[in-house]
Design a binder for this molecule. Structure first.
Ligand SMILES: [Zn+2]
Length: 88
């Protein structure tokens, strides 16, 4: 799930594991699974993933989302400045 947290007067979205509730800090160690209702669930890989039959790597899922809201490769690269502003 995506959860909002308030840090130093600003609000940030975080992906948290639907099994343990902890923040996912390393996209390479996370997966996204979906159920029969096509609802997504985020998990730490191996430790929390519930062995769901339908999963995709979190990084792949995020790229699909960016593409599906209309960002092309050049626009994704241009987001690096915005990303630097978001580091907390
Ligand atoms: Zn977890």
């Amino acid at each position: 799930m995506i959860r909002l947290e308030h840090i130093n007067g600003r609000t940030y979205p975080f992906i948290v594991c639907d099994e343990c509730g902890e923040r996912i800090r390393d996209f390479k160690m996370a997966i996204v699974g979906w159920d029969s209702l096509n609802q997504f669930h985020h998990f730490h890989k191996v430790t929390c993933d519930r062995n769901l039959p339908r999963t995709v790597e979190l990084g792949t899922h995020l790229i699909h989302l960016l593409h599906n809201v209309g960002l092309n490769e050049a626009e994704i690269e241009s987001l690096s400045e915005l990303m630097r502003e978001c580091w907390i």
